[in-house]
Design a protein around this ligand. Structure first.
Ligand SMILES: Cc1cc2nc3c(=O)[nH]c(=O)nc-3n(C[C@H](O)[C@H](O)[C@H](O)COP(=O)(O)OP(=O)(O)OC[C@H]3O[C@@H](n4cnc5c(N)ncnc54)[C@H](O)[C@@H]3O)c2cc1C
Length: 356
């Protein structure tokens, strides 16, 4: 059977599920996507950074290498979305300015430079004196930093909206219900919602940090836990022509992604729990850190706070696991990088479909 004749389920309509449905439908599959509330999971809270270098962590070499191809993959998706929908997904590549708040934080910046160098990345040293615009709004106590030039951002809301429109144009059926149960036999997969049972040739489960539908969990090798985080969106200074800011503050990190028109995403808390609300304390710490680094935010207006649960695997690496039976696959573990990695996860889904 050729790929063009296959039918596929995608369970979960976050950025991973939407991008997977898009690529599967583009390859000719008849796709049904299930989600009671598409785009409102972790994807809703994400800042949208595609920042493989600035996000480097010791021991995450494999993940860094994977992410290094993500921006090009997003550009491919953007070109295809434009062709289909006529709309342009905005990708802004002004890099990241990495700074440290106090002496200890500046030592963390130095350690970062060393780790980045070991990964083959070469952030450039910049000074306020020679690049004053880059430090616009940043506290006067910070006069130097590292510029990570390749980093970019997209607006996840726009990505979700464009993927959903493209999916509609490609004939993807959306069932606005949770899948409660999945099963398979030698030739088919089945998905059961509260009102119906559906059948297809194969299925992708992309439920993020949420529990798997009954019938899938028992065969998975991986464990995914939720790591809660919030972003606070404020309207104020416009640094959209400048790099994103990322700062170590008292050992933690805070970042600011500035979109045109003065809309800024401040992020992000990171806590080992799974909740959808924002706690006052975590919001206070995030705003305190952001204000310390960018005092120009003092008069910004809070627009909203968004919370989500990052899907973290046991080794913090993303995975695409073919489940027992071979017709269901589980695409998760994208943790802090699911927006970045979505086009690559979608290509995994296509490879899986070609094998089934
Ligand atoms: C505060 C914060 C900031 C972040 N910033 C960034 C960033 O700047 N860059 C980046 O790359 N990543 C970022 N991330 C990480 C990124 O958001 C996640 O890795 C990514 O959104 C995971 O996508 P997903 O589609 O797997 O999960 P989700 O977006 O959570 O989507 C899962 C979907 O599955 C649906 N679902 C669940 N169970 C079922 C079921 N049984 N049946 C049907 N549907 C179901 C849910 O309704 C949901 O819509 C951030 C995350 C957080 C929390």
């Amino acid at each position: 059977m050729c790929a063009a004749q296959k039918s596929a389920f995608v369970v979960g309509g976050g950025v991973i599920g939407l991008a997977s449905a898009f690529r599967l439908a583009q390859r000719g599959a008849a796709v049904t996507l299930f989600d009671p509330n598409p785009g409102k999971g972790a994807t809703w809270a994400a800042a949208g950074m595609i920042a493989p270098v600035a996000e480097i962590g010791p021991g995450e070499h494999e993940n860094y290498q994977l992410q290094a191809g993500a921006l090009a993959a997003w550009r491919d998706v953007a070109a295809d979305l434009r062709q289909l929908t006529g709309e342009t997904l905005t990708i802004v590549q002004h890099g990241t300015l990495l700074v440290g708040w106090d002496g200890s934080d500046r030592r963390l910046v130095e350690q970062f430079a060393q780790v980045a160098g070991e990964f083959g990345a070469e952030p450039r040293r910049v000074r306020r004196e020679t690049s004053p615009d880059m430090f616009d709004g940043v506290t006067g106590r910070i006069d130097e930093g590292l510029l990570v030039e390749g980093d970019a951002w997209i607006d996840p809301d726009q990505a979700v909206a464009l993927l959903a429109s493209a999916n509609e144009l490609l004939g993807v059926t959306v069932v606005y219900q949770s899948v409660l149960n999945v099963c398979d036999d030698e030739a088919h997969v089945k998905a059961t919602t509260e009102s119906d049972t559906f059948g297809a040739d194969l299925g992708i489960i992309a439920t993020g940090a949420n529990a798997l539908p009954v019938g899938a969990g028992t065969s998975g090798q991986h464990i995914v836990r939720p790591v809660h985080g919030i972003t606070v969106r404020v309207h104020g200074i416009d640094r959209s022509a400048q790099p994103m800011i990322r700062s170590f503050v008292r050992g933690s990190t805070v970042y600011m992604v500035s979109r045109p028109g003065g809309y800024n995403v401040l992020g992000a808390s990171s806590e080992e729990r799974g909740e959808t609300g924002a706690q006052v304390g975590e919001m206070q710490r995030l705003l305190r850190d952001a204000l310390d680094v960018v005092p120009a935010l003092e008069t910004a207006t809070v627009v909203e706070t968004r919370a989500g649960n990052r899907p973290a695997s046991e080794n913090l690496q993303p995975f695409f696991e073919v489940l027992h039976g071979g017709r269901w696959a589980w695409s998760s573990g994208h943790f802090r990088h699911g927006v970045t990695l979505a086009p690559l996860a979608a290509l995994e889904a296509v490879r899986f479909m070609e094998r089934v």
